[in-house]
Design a protein around this ligand. Structure first.
Ligand SMILES: CC(C)(COP(=O)(O)OP(=O)(O)OC[C@H]1O[C@@H](n2cnc3c(N)ncnc32)[C@H](O)[C@@H]1OP(=O)(O)O)[C@@H](O)C(=O)NCCC(=O)NCCS
Length: 195
C-alpha cells in the first residue's frame, strides 16, 4: 500500500492538556513496536488473538500503513499517545474508535490501553475525553460503546468515571486473553459534547 502522499505527516491529531494523539506515519514503527513489546504481558489478559506475528519493524510498518488508510477513509482511528512536549518520543498508550456505523445507529466502538509504568495518572481518561470530542464533533456520531471483562476492574473504573453507562451483559462475548470471556457492555451518549 502506498503512503507516499504524506509519508511523514501524523493523521487525526488531537491535543489534550498533557497528551498528543496521532495516527503515526510508518516511520514510527520502531516506537510502536517498543510499546507493544514492553506491554505484552500487561495487555495479554485483554488482548485478542494475533494470528499475524507483529514482532518486527516491517510488520509494524505494514500495520501502520493500514491504520493510516482507515483514518483517511474515516472508517477507524487508531491513535498512539505521546507526551505533548515529546511528540517524537515514546508511545505511552493507545486509544481507538473503530467499527464506525452510520445510518440509524451513528455509533462506534472505543478501546484504550496505557503503558504499564504510566497507569494511575489519568492519562487514558484524558485521551478518551479527546477521542470522545473527536467522535462527537469531527465524526458527528451519536454514541460510542465499550466493553470490559467483569474482572477488569481498572477498565471498569476508567469507563464509569468518564460517564459510560452499562446497558448489558454478554456471555462468551469476546475472544481475549486466550479464551472467550463475558463482557459488561457500556454506552456513552455523545450528544451533550456537540459544539
Ligand atoms: C484500563 C487502563 C487503560 C486503565 O488505566 P488507568 O491509568 O488506571 O486509567 P485512567 O486514565 O482512568 O487513570 C485512573 C487513575 O489515575 C488517577 N488519576 C490521576 N489524575 C487523574 C485525572 N486527572 N483524571 C482521572 N484520573 C486521574 C485516578 O485516581 C486513578 O488512580 P488509581 O488507579 O489509583 O485508582 C489500564 O489499566 C490498561 O491499559 N489496561 C489494559 C488494557 C485494557 O484493559 N483496556 C481497556 C480500557 S477501557
Amino acid at each position: 500500500m502506498s503512503d507516499e502522499v504524506d509519508a511523514d505527516e501524523h493523521l487525526a491529531v488531537i491535543e489534550t492538556g498533557r497528551l498528543w494523539l496521532s495516527v503515526p506515519p510508518a516511520s514510527h514503527a520502531a516506537r510502536v513496536l517498543l510499546f507493544d513489546q514492553r506491554n505484552r504481558e500487561h495487555l495479554a489478559p485483554w488482548a485478542p488473538p494475533r494470528p499475524d506475528p507483529l514482532d518486527t519493524i516491517p510488520a509494524w510498518r505494514a500495520r501502520l500503513l493500514v491504520d493510516r488508510q482507515k483514518a483517511r477513509e474515516g472508517s477507524a482511528f487508531l491513535w498512539r499517545l505521546r507526551a505533548v512536549d515529546d511528540r517524537e518520543g515514546a508511545v505511552l498508550g493507545t486509544v481507538s474508535i473503530t467499527r464506525i456505523e452510520r445510518g440509524p445507529l451513528e455509533r462506534a466502538s472505543l478501546g484504550a490501553s496505557v503503558d504499564l509504568d504510566h497507569q494511575g495518572r489519568g492519562l487514558v481518561h484524558e485521551a478518551i475525553e479527546g477521542a470522545l470530542d473527536f467522535a462527537a464533533n469531527a465524526l458527528k456520531l451519536r454514541f460510542v460503546e465499550a466493553g470490559h471483562a467483569p474482572q477488569n476492574l481498572r477498565s471498569a473504573a476508567t469507563l464509569r468515571r468518564l460517564g459510560f453507562v452499562p446497558y448489558g451483559y454478554a456471555r462468551d462475548y469476546l475472544h481475549v486473553g486466550g479464551r472467550l470471556q463475558d463482557h459488561v457492555l457500556l454506552q456513552y451518549d455523545l450528544r451533550p459534547r456537540r459544539r
